[in-house]
Structure formats: structure tokens, C-alpha cells
Design a protein around this ligand. Structure first.
Ligand code: 5AD
Ligand code: SF4
Length: 468
């Protein structure tokens, strides 16, 4: 039993992070024979990719995946902590699973991901959800086979969550959701400690993967026919700082560009670490796509300071303008409304910034206090109706600019990586280099390829077109 601690999660050790290779104990290889698992994933791309590793480990133990949880022998929830509603969804799911477990006593249930890293959540599980078999955190994903094997022998609740960052584990088996585009982790954790954000506590210290391991992974993806990689990290712009003295994200992108993978994206950028070299590398390399997700969070310097974002709206705009000088670039963002103390004037500064940047699209959120973060100690003093009204006004503006940017594409032809059949009858769907969703009439054998599509109609959230 190892329970997480808020105090420990805050600390940043100076110890070197260990790197090791995953090994599956041979005793676990047939543990899943004739057994079915159901996996539910909440949250960001990082979690989606962790789930691909969870599936990989379970498949190498011979488990079979099912999409109906009633059929499963093992249910695993990979959870998210970023806002209250993600919490509520996972707890709601645990309530449903409790009923299943009453009928099927040998069902095994596990919870992992960011919520597992929260002291408060684990205490609640110990009190109210004792039917859960085991809980493990983001720092010991690779412990899954061992914990599962132990639970087959002993059904008692086991918590195995470490607050200090774990090793970097290479070669965890993976079952990818797509055959054409792949997520590749480049850096784990975050040391930015924005005051509203729980991620530095749930994902731990910033630690980069070795460049040679990343490049080898992309080379293997190219051999397997992949067309696109998305390099992942909470703050990809910090890549390399903990590992090298003169090798940063821009250098890594250049090296990955040489693998000739047709498309390279990276997520998520913090404006504070965005170097001029990186702007140049995006500008000058065809397969480093003209697409940057650059969360601004707020447009008022007073709120940005309270958020601990380390930039002002002026420096943000300066960076934005440099990026915008790249021909055809698409820039998206994240914005939080209703941060403690946000006045109508502060909020209007956010609207002004949106009017300046005219983003291609944005994710917008109502501030959600997260336990033990510095912002949660500020008075959450804005009524919900006001937060909702601000979110509505913001979304109206964001949607207007999304539509405008999509309208500019009308009549032009773009490269689209075709991912599959669209929900709309006899249509295909895929994404442009700038990450715009296109539904279009095309040949079925285009799936998995990059084809030319002419844009015939534009909405706020998608485009329609036809293959040419
Ligand atoms: N409340 C609301 N939104 C949040 N985000 C992160 N923490 C919170 C919070 N406590 C948003 C930020 C971040 C995105 C991933 O989620 O906008 O960029
Ligand atoms: Fe959270 Fe800020 Fe780190 Fe992003 S950069 S994960 S918002 S602390």
C-alpha cells in the first residue's frame, strides 16, 4: 500500500531520472487468456496515449478488449483531474461499476491516471469505493501487470501510487488507435506550476525522453507506414532543458523532420519557452506542420500574473505576430473564464485579445478550483451565472473567427490525411495540415493516404469538400 501525498507531489528533486526498458515477467504472459477487459479513458492526449500503452500491456498478457463493460472480467478507468466535471464523470462511472460488481463478484476493477495521484481522491476511494481492487498512478503505469496478477490472488483493495516522479520506461508495448497517425511522448510532467493547474502535482517533475529513443520510435513508425506524428508533452517547449545543454525542441524537430515522416505536430506549447529558433524551424521545414496550439488563458495582465503564466499580453502578441508571419499558419488556444477576481474589464481584455488574434479555434473553460493548487486558496468569488455568460460571449466570438478562417479556405485545394469513413453517408473524413476537419466525397482507397481535397463549404467546426 502506497498512498499519494500533496506535500510530496509539490517537491522537485534534483536527482537524475532513471531510464529503463519495460520487461514483462514471463509468469504474467498468459494471465489474460480467455479474459476480457474494458478500458475507459478520460482527458487529454497524454492520457489517450497512456491508454494505448495500457492496451499494449494487456494484449501482451493475452487479454481481449471489449467495448461493453458488462462483458468484461477486468474494468480499468484511466482518469483525468483537470476540472471538476472530469472527476464527476469518473466517480459516476464507479457508481455504475459498483452495481456490476454486486452481480459479478470476481470482476476486477482498477483506477489509474491523474485522479489516482490525488490524495483526496484516494482517501475517498478508501472510504466509499472499497470494491475497487487496485489503484496505480501516472508514475508507475508499468506496474499494471504485477498489480493485476496480485489482484487475481488477493481481491483486497491495493493502492500503489507514488508522488515523486518515476523512471522513464522505454518500450512499453503499445496498441495504437490509428494506423496512420501516432502520439509520441517527448517530455513528461510540468514544472510551470500555473496557479490554477493540478498537472504539476499529478504528472510530476519535468523530464525529457532521450532524443535517440524518440527518433528511433518515429523511424519505426515510418517503417510501419505512419503518415503523421504528434509529439506530446504538457509543455513541449521545455524539451531537453533537463537533459542537454544545447539541444531543444527546435533541434529535435529538425532531427525528426529528417526521418521523412510526412507530418509532424507538437502539443502543447507554453508561450514562455517558445524560441525564435523554433519559429524558424516551423517556417522552413515542409513536414513540420504550420499549426501551433498556444494557450493564452487570459487577456488581462493582472489575471495572467495571478495565474502565474510568466508572460504579458504584450509579449504574447509579439510571439503571436512572429508565428503569424509564417504563411498559412493556423494558431489555436485555450482560455479560462471566471478565474478568481476576474472583473468585467479583465474579461473584456480577453475578448480584445481574441479580436486581435482571430484564432482558428479555441478550447474555452470555466475556471474550476482544484484541491491544493495555489489558486484554490483564492476566493472563487464570481457567480456561476456570470461565468456562464462570459463563456457564452467568448464562444460566440471564437466561433465567429473559426468560421471566418474556414471561409477563407473556400474554393482552394488542401492536402488531407484521410482517416476513415465519415459519419455522414458515403463521405470520408480527414484533417488538413492546419488540423481542420474535412468531410468530403472521395475514393475509399484513399483512406490512410494524403490526398488533395477542394473545399466547397465552410462551417465553424468543419469543412466540406471533394477529392480532386
Ligand atoms: N480550471 C479550468 N480550466 C483549466 N485548465 C487547466 N486547469 C484548469 C482549471 N483548474 C485548462 C487550461 C489548460 C487546459 C488543458 O485546461 O486552459 O490549457
Ligand atoms: Fe498546467 Fe501550466 Fe503546466 Fe500547462 S504549463 S500543464 S497549464 S501548469
Amino acid at each position: 500500500m502506497k498512498i499519494p501525498s500533496y506535500e510530496e507531489a509539490k517537491k522537485r528533486s534534483h536527482e537524475k531520472v532513471k531510464i529503463r526498458n519495460f520487461e514483462l515477467d514471463k509468469d504474467y504472459k498468459n494471465l489474460g487468456l480467455n479474459k476480457k477487459f474494458f478500458l475507459k479513458t478520460y482527458g487529454c492526449q497524454m492520457n489517450e496515449h497512456d491508454s494505448e500503452n495500457i492496451k499494449g500491456m494487456l494484449q501482451s498478457m493475452n487479454f481481449t478488449e471489449v467495448d461493453n463493460m458488462e462483458e468484461a472480467d477486468f474494468i480499468i478507468l484511466n482518469t483525468c483531474s483537470i476540472r471538476e466535471n472530469a472527476h464527476n464523470k469518473a466517480f459516476g462511472m464507479l457508481g455504475r461499476i459498483k452495481h456490476l460488481k454486486e452481480k459479478k463478484t470476481n470482476l476486477l476493477v482498477a483506477l489509474c491516471g491523474c485522479m489516482a495521484q490525488e490524495e483526496g481522491v484516494v482517501k475517498e476511494i478508501l472510504k466509499k469505493y472499497k470494491f475497487v481492487n487496485f489503484v496505480f498512478g501516472t508514475h508507475n503505469l508499468d506496474d499494471l501487470p504485477k498489480l493485476l496478477a496480485n489482484s487475481f490472488e488477493n481481491q483486497k483493495l491495493n493502492i500503489e501510487v507514488y508522488s515523486r516522479e518515476g523512471d522513464i520506461v522505454e518500450d512499453i508495448p503499445v496498441v495504437r488507435d490509428s494506423k496512420y497517425k501516432a502520439f509520441v511522448n517527448i517530455i513528461y510532467g510540468c514544472d510551470k506550476f500555473c496557479t490554477y493547474c493540478i498537472v504539476p502535482y499529478t504528472r510530476g517533475k519535468q523530464r525529457s525522453r532521450r532524443r535517440e529513443d524518440i527518433i528511433k520510435e518515429v523511424e519505426d513508425l515510418v517503417k510501419d507506414g505512419y503518415k503523421e506524428v504528434t509529439l506530446l508533452g504538457q509543455n513541449v517547449n521545455a524539451y531537453g532543458k533537463d537533459l542537454y545543454s544545447d539541444y531543444e525542441l527546435a533541434d529535435l524537430l529538425l532531427d525528426i523532420s529528417k526521418t521523412n515522416i510526412p507530418r509532424i505536430r507538437f502539443l502543447t506549447s507554453h508561450p514562455w519557452d517558445f524560441s525564435d529558433k523554433l519559429v524558424e524551424v516551423i517556417k522552413n521545414n515542409k513536414n513540420i506542420l504550420n499549426f501551433v496550439h498556444l494557450p493564452v488563458q487570459a487577456g488581462s495582465n493582472r489575471i495572467l500574473k495571478l495565474m502565474g503564466r510568466r508572460y504579458t499580453k504584450e509579449t504574447y502578441k509579439e510571439l503571436f505576430d512572429k508565428l503569424k508571419s509564417i504563411d498559412g499558419i493556423s494558431i489555436t488556444t485555450d482560455i479560462i473564464v471566471g478565474f478568481p477576481g476576474e472583473t468585467e474589464e479583465d474579461f473584456e481584455e480577453t475578448l480584445d485579445l481574441v479580436n486581435y488574434c482571430k484564432y482558428d479555434s479555441a478550447y474555452t473553460f470555466i475556471y474550476s478550483p482544484r484541491e491544493n493548487t495555489p489558486a484554490s486558496k483564492l476566493k472563487d468569488d464570481i457567480p456561476l451565472e456570470v461565468k456562464e455568460e462570459r463563456l457564452y460571449r467568448l464562444n460566440e466570438l471564437i466561433n465567429k473567427y473559426s468560421k471566418e478562417s474556414n471561409m477563407k479556405m473556400l474554393g482552394n485545394t488542401y492536402d488531407v490525411l484521410v482517416e476513415g469513413k465519415s459519419l455522414k453517408e458515403s463521405m470520408l473524413f480527414g484533417y488538413t495540415e492546419t488540423n481542420k476537419l474535412v468531410n468530403f466525397k472521395g475514393k475509399e482507397d484513399s483512406i490512410g493516404k494524403i490526398v488533395k481535397v477542394k473545399i466547397l463549404d465552410a462551417k465553424s467546426f468543419s469543412l466540406d469538400g471533394e477529392e480532386v
